[in-house]
Design a protein around this ligand. Sequence first.
Ligand code: FAD
Length: 177
Amino acid sequence: MQVIVVVLLLPSVFSRLITHDYCVLGAGPGGLQIATFLEETGRDYVVFERSQEPGNFFHHFPRHRKLISINKRFTGRMNKEFNFRHDWNSLLSQNELRFFHYSQDFFPHADDMVKYLQNFSSALSVHYSKEIRHIRLKSSQDAWHGHYFVLEDQREQEHTCKAELHLGHLNDERDIP
Ligand SMILES: Cc1cc2nc3c(=O)[nH]c(=O)nc-3n(C[C@H](O)[C@H](O)[C@H](O)COP(=O)(O)OP(=O)(O)OC[C@H]3O[C@@H](n4cnc5c(N)ncnc54)[C@H](O)[C@@H]3O)c2cc1C
C-alpha cells in the first residue's frame, strides 16, 4: 500500500521540479531569436509554444500568403554587414542560416518563412503544444530577484523559471488572459 501511494505522488512531485534559468514564451521569430542567443551562450532555457510548430503566425498570416518583408537577395554590394542589414527575413545566428536560401521571390510565400523557422528552430530547446495559461511569482531567497516565475500550462503542469522572457503584454496580476 505504501509503495502505491509513493508512485501516485511521483508525477506531481516531478512536475514541480522542472526548473530552468530562462523561460521564453512563444516560438515566433522573436522567441526563436532570443532562444538562439541563450543557446549560443550555453544558458539553461526552454521555449514554450502553444502550437505544434514554430512560426504559428505565419501559418495563417498574411492571408494573401505573400510576405510584405521583401527578399532582397541582391544589393549590388559585397559588404556582408551591409547585405545583412538589408535582409529583412533572416534571424541572427552563428550558423548564419539565411532566409534567401528558402525563396528566390522578391515577395516570398509565407510558407517559406514557416519552413525557414522550422529549420532555424531545430537546434533549439522548444516545447510544443505547451500553452502557458497562468504565471505567478513564488518568493524564494535562492532566486535571482527574490522570486521564481511559476508558469502553468494547459495540463496544469508547473514550470519554474528564474527569469521569464515574453513577447506580449501581461497584466499586473501576471495572468495571461
Ligand atoms: C497582417 C500582418 C502581416 C504581416 N506580415 C509580415 C511580413 O510579411 N513579414 C514580417 O517580417 N512580418 C510581418 N508581420 C509582422 C509579424 O507578425 C511579426 O514580425 C512577427 O510575427 C513577430 O514575431 P513574434 O515572435 O514577436 O510574435 P509571433 O510571431 O506572434 O509569435 C508569438 C508566438 O507565441 C505563441 N504563443 C502565444 N501565446 C502563447 C502562450 N500563452 N503560451 C505558449 N505560446 C504562446 C504563438 O503561438 C506564436 O507562435 C505582419 C503582421 C501582420 C499583423
